[in-house]
Structures are given as C-alpha cells and as structure tokens.
Write a protein that binds this ligand. Structure first.
Ligand code: GLN
Length: 195
C-alpha cells in the first residue's frame, strides 16, 4: 500500500509497536540495531523509552553522525517522546552526557510534567487528522520552543505536543500505543512523501 522503507531505532524502548503499526499500513519496516542498516531508508522513527539510555547506546554504536548524515541525504525522522527529546537542538534538564542529535531546531524539556501527572491520556486535535486522537503521555517532555518555519500540529492546553518541520516530526506522546495508525499514516504519506 505504501511503498516506503522505514527503520525504527531498536536500541531501547517501544520500538516493536512502531514496527507493527508500519507493517499494518503496508510499509516495509526494519528494526535498526546498527548504523549500516540506515542505508536506503526513506524514514527513521526514534521511539519513546529512556532518552539517557538511548543516547548512551547511540554513542556506543556510533549512531550520531550516521543519523545526521542520512538525514542530510533526505531520510525523514520522527521522534516520539524520548525520540523527540533526542531530535532537538537543545535539551533542558539533560544529563551532561546526553547529547542531542540536533536535527530539529527546538528546545525540549525532559520530564516536564512533574510527578503528580507524569503519565496521562488526553484527546488531541491534530492538524490534518479528521477526528481527535488519543494521546498517551508517559513521563513526557515539553516542547518549549520551535522555529518559525515549524508547523505546530497539536497542543494540549497551551503546550506543544506535536510539531512538524519539513521532513522532521516530533510528538511528545506515544501514537504506537493506541492501535490508531493515523499519525503513522501521516508520517508515511505526508512527511516522508514530501521529502
Ligand atoms: N522521560 C523519558 C526521558 O526523559 C521519556 C519518556 C518516554 O519516552 N515515554 O527519556
């Protein structure tokens, strides 16, 4: 159905669920465990999980420059939750060893919602989707600043929770945990399709 090849960074976190959603939409999906596997991908998803752990493993396996180079060659990138943190140019409250990939011009704050409401669900109005989408937030970050050329796709209250900037997509919630493939379809058809 969708003739694209998408990798899901499979170092830590919720990567299996993304693969199932992609395959359900007819895309070819690959669990990426080594930088060589980025070759030939149209898009890459950096999943949610623990951004400190993912950052450490990305460094161990030399993913940083490989992802930057493939993005420069036209590979679209979507980060969910921890992935959104790692895509940004600036992380507030980062651990000192937590280097951002610096793909999306944005400032993202880790664990911004505090302990009381660190996990919650909310119906979101997302641009380009026909009806509300159930957002699952798990120790979610906050997108504090985006560039002028970015399109804010969704807010929760006045907080930005989904943003697209050219061939980059960031969501602070987990669309792969809801069984609703509409954000995955948007990534395949509109974000990858446009790049
Ligand atoms: N709080 C996590 C972090 O800072 C992200 C949580 C998630 O991906 N669900 O990495």
């Amino acid at each position: 159905m969708v003739d694209v090849r998408v990798g899901v960074l499979a170092l830590q976190g919720a990567f299996r669920e993304h693969i199932l959603d992609l395959e359900g939409l007819g895309a070819s999906a690959l669990a990426v465990r080594l930088p060589d596997q980025l070759a030939g991908l149209d898009g890459l998803i950096i999943p949610g999980g623990e951004s400190t752990a993912i950052a450490k493993l990305m460094r161990t396996y030399d993913f940083y420059d490989a992802i930057r180079a493939r993005h420069a060659e036209g590979m679209a990138v979507w980060g969910t939750c921890a992935g959104a943190i790692l895509m940004a140019t600036e992380i507030t409250d980062a651990r000192p060893d937590q280097e951002p990939l610096g793909l999306m011009e944005a400032t993202v704050r880790r664990n911004a919602y505090g302990r009381q409401i660190d996990s919650f669900e909310a119906d979101l109005d997302i641009a380009h989707l026909d009806a509300p989408f159930r957002g699952v937030f798990i120790r979610a970050p906050l997108i504090e600043r985006v560039s002028d050329h970015a399109e804010v796709l969704a807010r929760h209250g006045d907080q930005i929770v989904a943003v697209r900037d050219g061939d980059l997509l960031a969501t602070t919630f987990h669309p792969e945990l809801t069984g609703d493939p509409r954000v995955h379809r948007y990534f395949l058809e509109r974000v990858i399709g446009a790049s």
